[in-house]
Design a protein around this ligand. Sequence first.
Ligand code: SF4
Length: 334
Amino acid sequence: MGSTGAEVPVLLVRDLLVEFGTGDGRLRAVRGVDLDVRRGELVALLGESGSGKSVTARAVMGLTEPGQTVEATEMRLSGTDLLTSTERARRALRGRRMSLVMQDALSALNPVLSIGDQLGELFRVHERSSRRVARRRAAEMLSLVGISDPGRRVDQYPHQFSGGMRQRILIAMAIALEPDLLIADEPTTALDVTVQAQILELLDRLREQLGMGVLLITHDLGVVSEVADRLFVMYAGRIVETGAAAEVLDHPRHPYTRALLRSVPQAGDLGRDLLTIPGSPPSPAQVPAGCSFHPRCTLAVDRCLSERPLLELVEVGRGAACHRSEELSDAAAI
Ligand code: SF4
């Protein structure tokens, strides 16, 4: 990975708050999130749907909706202050220095333009390339993301590609201008398991090859365990656990992470019932007092109902927001 302590992270976010206006007042979907991604690093933001992951990603990208407010004490892209950047400057950063890949490749691509025209437009607009050069660069990008026979396929249309290939094309578009940061929001959700693995391998290879930071938004622990260097686990708009992916997955220090892990099929589980987490994540309008996970937590004690646990350092490079995280360090104890 090759990062050093002195290196400026490609993404630094401190105390991010995102609120939406509704008929019933303001709802806070993201409640004080800290995040950082280093160059060449793949960081996963993990949580169930509705935890605030995608809202966080869109806030970083500057893609806010009407009535939405975004505040933070710090938000920087490779040192550039995103909080004081004008909307025009933010637009210029999107695509060139940070880009977003979503899960729905078919609707993200224009059905009436060839892939070469769509990819090539990036080079024509941003690098003022001629049509001929743009087409050649587009074919190079197809090759880079593992699409064979790129010289021919560059003239084809989205419907002529499989779902996995279309996802590769979206990734090609996102990395064409070699951004510092790629945010991939559930990029493999709609794909079958084999194709998922191929897309993850591609992201893994590209972040190393291009030295970019990748923030992978996912609800899928299987995806995380394949490729992530570090992990941020999100619940009800907050980060509840963070650390090196291998350590968090091997020794979770938060009951939510532990419950997520226990709900994933493991080798040897054949014929055994999977444990599911009871209930569902709270809506931003009804976040419980105290620890927001307490109605679903099998380890909750009285204190959890009234006192919100802060995200605290539990080991070097590891954070957890749980009153009982110390006990969880000895997993056999509880
Ligand atoms: Fe469970 Fe309490 Fe920890 Fe929250 S603080 S995760 S309710 S044990």
